[in-house]
Design a protein around this ligand. Structure first.
Ligand SMILES: Nc1ncnc2c1ncn2[C@@H]1O[C@H](COP(=O)(O)OP(=O)(O)OP(=O)(O)O)[C@@H](O)[C@H]1O
Ligand SMILES: O=P(O)(O)OC[C@H]1O[C@H](OP(=O)(O)OP(=O)(O)O)[C@H](O)[C@@H]1O
Ligand SMILES: [Mg+2]
Length: 285
């Protein structure tokens, strides 16, 4: 039986959460230290540990079938490759930054200015879309140092917390794109491999849905149950069970984790008590 080959970043920002996602999908991988290739024990999957920046070319060449990469890397080097699933981790921006004390009104202020970046294609495309040309100086790391050593007047790089910009006396002036880790694939997958990918994607979706949801249990007087259900619609319909104490019910439901704090005061006002919020491991709709 054929195996699906997945590329995962060898080390860096994406590695840990990519491996954790596969683990949460119930896939066990024996990974010895410094091993570049590993087989899953209980799923037809082979993991290749590669440099993030090299992955788009490996996908095109058919050396690997699918991969977890930063969306920003796909935009820069693999715009021909599909995004199969957004994975919700390694969220960041790719932004233009300039020295803190330089005034900035619009992208036209960068005319004739040198821009240091590791993302030349993305920068060119962005400037073109604004009717401008960019004078790009490509460097592969420590981009934020460039203005301080006289190498460039602006930079384009990844921004997350903003602390690297701050430490280098830079300010973000334009967000070119927002990125997160994504699952992508080679353009030509055999039918056998597509079947395995469908199974893996189903598991990933179950993990991601569960990650975004919470299981909520609460108690309420029977007279308040209908009001509370209106606030907590749940997956299909909430479960309502009688409590041992007469006149009271227990309501069980699933809600989006970001919505919970918005409705908690409303629930309490409607008479909800003993509210429990629990994590969900997997969710199949
Ligand atoms: N500070 C950050 N916060 C959140 N996500 C980030 C951050 N820095 C990078 N990323 C995301 O993680 C990806 C990998 O970044 P990382 O710095 O680990 O590797 P790299 O140097 O781009 O790649 P390579 O594996 O080729 O050396 C980036 O493409 C981006 O999507
Ligand atoms: O806004 P922040 O939270 O400071 O994050 C942004 C920094 O993170 C990344 O670098 P990383 O730490 O991955 O080091 P690298 O340059 O060696 O890839 C990126 O290249 C930025 O420099
Ligand atoms: Mg980095």
């Amino acid at each position: 039986m054929s195996k699906l080959k997945i590329a995962v970043q060898k080390s860096g920002r994406l590695n840990e959460e990519s491996m954790e996602l596969l683990n949460n999908c119930g896939i066990s991988i024996d990974n010895g230290i410094d091993q570049l290739k590993a087989e899953a024990r209980n799923f037809p999957l082979e993991v290749l540990y590669l440099r993030n920046g090299d992955i788009p070319q490996y996908l095109r060449d058919g050396v690997v079938d699918i991969a977890i990469v930063g969306e920003n890397t796909l935009i820069e080097k693999g715009s021909d490759l599909p995004i199969i699933e957004k994975l919700g981790f390694s969220k960041c921006k790719v932004s233009i930054a300039i020295p803190k004390d330089i005034e900035y009104k619009s992208i036209q202020d960068l005319r004739g200015k040198k821009i240091a970046t590791s993302y030349p294609n993305t920068v060119n495309q962005y400037f073109k879309s604004k009717g401008e040309n960019a004078d790009i100086h490509v460097i592969n790391g420590s981009v934020e140092i460039a203005p301080n050593i006289g190498l460039a007047e602006a930079i384009v790089d990844i921004v997350s917390s903003g602390s690297t910009l701050f430490k280098n006396n830079l300010k973000e002036v334009e967000v070119m794109l927002k990125s997160e880790a994504v699952l992508t694939s080679s353009p030509n997958l055999s039918t056998d491999k597509q079947v395995i990918l469908d199974k893996l994607q189903f598991r990933i979706q179950s993990v991601l849905k569960a990650r975004d949801s919470k299981y909520v249990l609460l108690n309420a007087p029977n007279g308040k149950v209908q009001d509370i259900i209106k606030i907590l619609p749940g997956m299909k319909s909430p479960t309502v069970l009688p409590l041992a104490e007469e006149g009271w019910s227990s309501i069980h439901t699933v809600i989006n984790k970001d919505k919970f704090w918005d409705v908690i005061d409303e629930l309490k006002a409607k008479g909800a008590q003993g509210i429990l919020v629990c994590p969900i491991e997997k969710m199949v709709l």
